[in-house]
Write a protein of this length. Structure first.
Ligand SMILES: [Mg+2]
Length: 222
């Protein structure tokens, strides 16, 4: 039986440049300062976001822990600012055709909010392809993919597929850890060096989307 592919969206089906990542960090900082009045200068708050990613693999967590800002509220506010950045994403050349050429059914599962997923998919011309087949953590009333394997189980129940029949593809290895815990096959897309070589919960790693697409066909018969 052919596997079902579940794609991460951000930095997987499009590439996040360093400039874009900085803008995302700034969006979080702006939300924390403007909407939640944290007593930090803009630069300090932006550094906090980076610290949060490094420590918790999540840019918002530190604001919940140190300033008591409800994660869900900051998540929503951050996405309002992120919305403005979608137009700056450069879509991959020919990606739709590449995805269409795979034999496996495909879904998207993202940490981004449902609205932003839709906006990004439209912007990168994949909305029609993934219509009714993209999910946000919001759909499961959580705001992270790297906290528990439960959300992966619930995703599988929703789409009616057993985790062992899924290939989950993400750039973030902390997400892959939980996908593996629920029984999925895991693939990491990396860009610079393969910094997660030692992680036993990653079944395959490919450099960039095009190598990944080739690997899916060659190594996974997709
Ligand atoms: Mg990602």
């Amino acid at each position: 039986m052919s596997k079902t592919i579940i794609w991460d969206l951000d930095n997987t089906l499009y590439y996040e440049t360093d400039e874009y990542k900085n803008k995302l960090n700034e969006a979080t900082a702006t939300a924390a300062i403007k909407e939640f009045k944290i007593p930090l200068e803009f630069k300090e708050a932006t550094e906090k976001v980076k610290e949060s990613y490094a420590t918790y693999r999540d840019g918002l967590e530190i604001f919940a822990r140190e300033y008591g800002i409800p994660h869900k509220e900051l998540y929503k506010s951050y996405h309002n600012y992120k919305s403005e950045l979608v137009k700056t994403i450069a879509p991959y050349e020919g990606l739709l055709e590449e995805l269409q050429s795979l034999k496996c059914p495909q879904y998207v599962f993202s940490t981004s909010s449902k609205d932003i997923c839709e906006k990004i998919l439209k912007h990168i011309s994949l909305y029609d392809f993934f219509k009714d087949k993209f999910y946000s953590v919001e759909d499961f009333d959580v705001y992270k993919k790297n906290e528990s394997s439960d959300v992966y189980k619930r995703l599988c129940e929703t789409i009616g597929i057993s985790p062992k029949d899924c290939i989950f593809i993400d750039d973030s290895y902390s997400n892959l850890d939980y996908a593996k815990q629920c029984g999925m096959t895991t693939i990491r897309i990396y860009y610079g060096n393969n910094s997660a070589k030692d992680k036993t919960f990653i079944d395959s790693a490919y450099k960039g989307i095009y190598e990944c697409l080739e690997g899916l066909k060659k190594d996974y018969n997709c």
